[in-house]
Write a protein that binds this ligand. Structure first.
Ligand SMILES: CC(C)(COP(=O)(O)OP(=O)(O)OC[C@H]1O[C@@H](n2cnc3c(N)ncnc32)[C@H](O)[C@@H]1OP(=O)(O)O)[C@@H](O)C(=O)NCCC(=O)NCCS
Length: 164
């Protein structure tokens, strides 16, 4: 007898706009990717703001299963920034990060935004590779921006994607 086996790569994911109710689920995802995760209420506070928007990637047909990834962005006066993005460890390298960023770029094009900025730890090779592939270029650097475990700190690259 054959046992059906569907890998995560084959499974479909849909992107849905984030809502205030997603705060706690975002906290759980965020702490997988960041040493200092934001709390559920911090996410809820952000999502209550008119200028903040984002998307969650959810497995199709899985009801209210926790999202596999999300992105949060802010748009003010034509300039946007990525506030944060995270994909569950178990679902990385499936294209979800790229799709989430693409959804933000599409929304910003629709809103006629001029540019999208972000900050990324200079040692975060996966994220930097994703952003470069999406057309971001480095426009600045903030030394000693991210505290590491001990007394040290990593610099932040400031990256920009032109939307015009
Ligand atoms: C960065 C992150 C969001 C990427 O999400 P992802 O879903 O794994 O990324 P994707 O599968 O969409 O990758 C798209 C492309 O980005 C690049 N990339 C992603 N992860 C990579 C890695 N570990 N090494 C090298 N390149 C990588 C590749 O070019 C990849 O395309 P490919 O798989 O066809 O080679 C994910 O690693 C993550 O959540 N990290 C922890 C949180 C974090 O660092 N967020 C960013 C803070 S600024």
């Amino acid at each position: 007898m054959r046992i059906p086996f569907v890998t995560a790569r084959q499974r479909d994911f849909s992107l849905e706009p984030l809502t205030v109710e997603d705060g706690d689920a975002l906290f759980h995802l965020h702490r997988e990717g960041f040493a200092r995760p934001w709390t559920g209420s911090e996410f809820a506070d952000l999502l209550e703001q008119d200028t903040v928007f984002g998307y969650a990637a959810r497995a199709v047909g899985r009801g209210h299963e926790a999202p596999a990834g999300f992105v949060l962005a802010r748009l003010v006066a034509g300039e946007a920034e990525i506030l944060t993005i995270a994909v569950a460890r178990s679902h990385r390298r499936l294209g979800l990060g790229w799709r989430l960023m693409d959804a933000v770029l599409r929304e910003l094009h629709a809103q006629r935004a001029e540019a999208l900025f972000l900050e990324v730890d200079e040692t975060n090779a996966p994220a930097i590779a994703l952003y470069r592939r999406l057309g971001f270029i480095q426009v600045g650097k903030r030394p000693d921006y991210y505290r590491t475990g001990g007394s040290g700190a990593n610099g932040a690259l400031v990256m920009r994607r032109d939307l015009r």
